[in-house]
Design a protein around this ligand. Structure first.
Ligand code: NAP
Length: 340
């Protein structure tokens, strides 16, 4: 147990005040003990993973932060063509993807190089290049702070939606995720791939699609346009892609005929937030006042160049949101969670 710990060290944006108490959790069994201790002290508890999707408030957290470092990974054959993969929540996500790909398993290879822990992936139903964790997730193992018991939640009870789940909305803060189980196929991925991925594969004359070549392609694409959080402070994509009604889209399209869009299964249209931010005037934008900037190769990534407080980041965020709403009538939603 550590006291008065700077939370900036527990967010890849590297901002925020201190935590009163902080403890690493290496086994699920330590969770109820830590919660009982916090209850005795009369302080609230938050559990975090790698800090890649967290923005801490400047006021810090007057409670106990549990850092999920529960490790474990195993592959069990389900049948001749597929396997169950059991992953403890504190495992580094990209290392998990690497191990499944090495085992010839298909289903999460497009989720390569996403920063953070495995336990964080169901919270926002992490997705990229057409794959999302909901597609392969069998169950989430967690400690339920309501029933005070360890539970296994089947995927169909996770209320998965586009970058959303019950862990982020209806049951925010209720479950401390300790592990996930995936069902992956011993197979090769098949097209159609996202255009950016297909172009990369074509340019590199790849004709035989395997989990390994898709992983390598995704790594190459991501590293060519996204900053490495260990070097440049950032939280990845700062805004989600808005999904708007067909009517709203048609009105926008009449004004902006080059607006990129993707139809969703339920008859709506998904608009890339990056395009909205760029067209609102934030391409490679460096704000002297707040020390914040947009990344020169992908303006959806807000980077902390010289900001000294979360207040700076929020001023910059609000300015972008305001200008996007003013120009397009779309309210952007922040992806990283503002805590506490
Ligand atoms: P990108 O490749 O520049 O693509 C821009 C947008 O076009 C994305 O919103 C993507 O939707 C959409 N898109 C492209 N091809 C599509 C297709 N065939 N069908 C439907 N939609 C299509 O995106 P980026 O910002 O560099 O990010 C790369 C990938 O990582 C994207 O898939 C992005 O969503 C994902 N990502 C996920 C998270 C997260 O899970 N929190 C955070 C950052 C980035 P989608 O967003 O639906 O893929």
């Amino acid at each position: 147990m550590h006291k008065d710990v700077p939370l900036a060290d527990y967010s890849t944006m590297r901002l925020g005040g201190p935590a009163k108490f902080l403890q690493s959790i290496t086994e699920a069994g330590e969770i109820p003990t830590a919660l009982a201790w916090a209850k005795k002290q009369g302080v609230p508890v938050i559990m975090i993973g790698g800090g890649s999707n967290i923005v801490w408030k400047d006021s810090g957290f007057d409670g106990l932060v549990l850092v999920n470092k529960i490790k474990g990974f195993s592959i069990q054959p389900a049948d001749a063509e597929s396997s169950y993969v059991e992953i403890r929540a504190g495992e580094d996500w990209d290392k998990v993807v690497a191990r499944t790909v090495k085992a010839g398993l298909h289903g999460i290879e497009a989720l390569s190089l996403i920063p953070g822990t495995a336990g964080a992936t169901p919270v926002q139903n992490v997705g990229a290049y057409g794959q999302e964790i909901a597609h392969t997730l069998v169950s989430v193992q967690a400690y339920d702070t309501e029933t005070k018991d360890f539970v296994t939640i089947p995927g169909e009870y996770c209320q998965f939606a586009y970058r959303d789940s019950r862990f982020k909305s209806a049951d925010k803060g209720r479950f401390f995720i300790t592990g996930i189980t995936l069902h992956l196929k011993q197979a090769n991925p098949t097209p159609p791939f996202y255009p950016v991925l297909q172009s990369y594969l074509d340019e590199h004359d790849v004709k035989h699609y395997t989990p390994d070549v898709v992983r390598e392609a995704v790594i190459a694409i991501r590293s060519s346009k996204l900053p490495d959080p260990s070097i440049v402070a950032n939280n990845g994509s700062f805004f989600g892609n808005p999904i708007i009604s067909k009517t709203k889209f048609e009105a926008l399209h009449a004004k902006f005929d080059d607006i990129p869009h993707w139809p969703t299964k339920d008859g709506k249209e998904k608009i890339p937030a990056a395009w909205l931010v760029e067209k609102a005037g934030y391409k490679n934008f460096h704000d002297r006042k707040t020390g914040m900037a947009t990344w020169h190769k992908q303006c959806l990534v807000l980077v902390n160049e010289k900001a000294t407080s979360t207040a700076d980041l929020l001023i910059f965020r609000n300015r972008i949101m305001h200008d996007v709403e003013h120009k397009f009538g779309i309210k952007l939603e922040q992806e990283p969670e503002l805590l506490p």
